[in-house]
Ligand binder design. Structure first.
Ligand code: ATP
Length: 151
């Protein structure tokens, strides 16, 4: 029996389907969830959620959030999430450049604008890194962790 997986972001349903395994960027490292897992509630890091089903894998960027696991369903509630296949590279590059330029100007580090731009920079880096690692590779890359060290 597969486990159900739902990934929801603040603005939309990103994914709904069956899974043999769901790999999550847990706050203390990667978490692999199989069907009939014990109930669990956990915070997620910035990183990539990988949903494997019948030999296929879909990868999703999540900019933090929470996961609830029940024996028959994994629900990811993410602050932002995208299927890696739908990430617009030019948009992410533009967002990264905008944030880098802004932060180079040296705004007060505790200001709202600084924190907003710093978060935007982390999201853009996550998206670009995920495209590089996961897009078009058609499957599992057990050698590469899904939690990014540099954000
Ligand atoms: P931008 O400055 O390009 O809008 P952002 O990081 O500020 O980027 P968010 O506020 O994180 O954008 O996201 C707004 C919506 O757009 C969300 O639904 C998010 O999933 C989507 N999104 C953001 N960047 C991209 C991208 N590069 N490709 C595809 N979808 C994206």
């Amino acid at each position: 029996m597969p486990i159900r997986c739902e990934i929801v972001s603040q603005d939309r349903l990103i994914y709904e389907g069956d899974a043999d395994t769901v790999v999550l960027p847990g706050i203390d490292g990667e978490m692999g969830i199989l069907p009939n897992h014990a109930p669990l509630l956990s915070t997620l890091n910035y990183g990539v959620v990988r949903v494997r089903y019948q030999g296929n894998e879909e990868a999703f960027t999540v900019a933090g959030g929470v996961v609830e696991v029940q024996p028959d369903i994994v629900t990811v509630l993410a602050d932002r999430a995208e299927n890696v296949r739908e990430i617009d590279i030019s948009r992410a590059e533009a967002a990264r450049e905008r944030a880098e330029r802004y932060l180079e100007e040296g705004p007060p580090p505790d200001s709202d604008a600084y924190l907003r731009m710093d978060a935007a920079l982390r999201r853009s880096r996550l998206r670009l890194d995920a495209v590089r690692r996961y897009r078009g590779r058609g499957g599992r890359r057990p050698d590469i962790p899904s939690v990014l060290e540099d954000n």
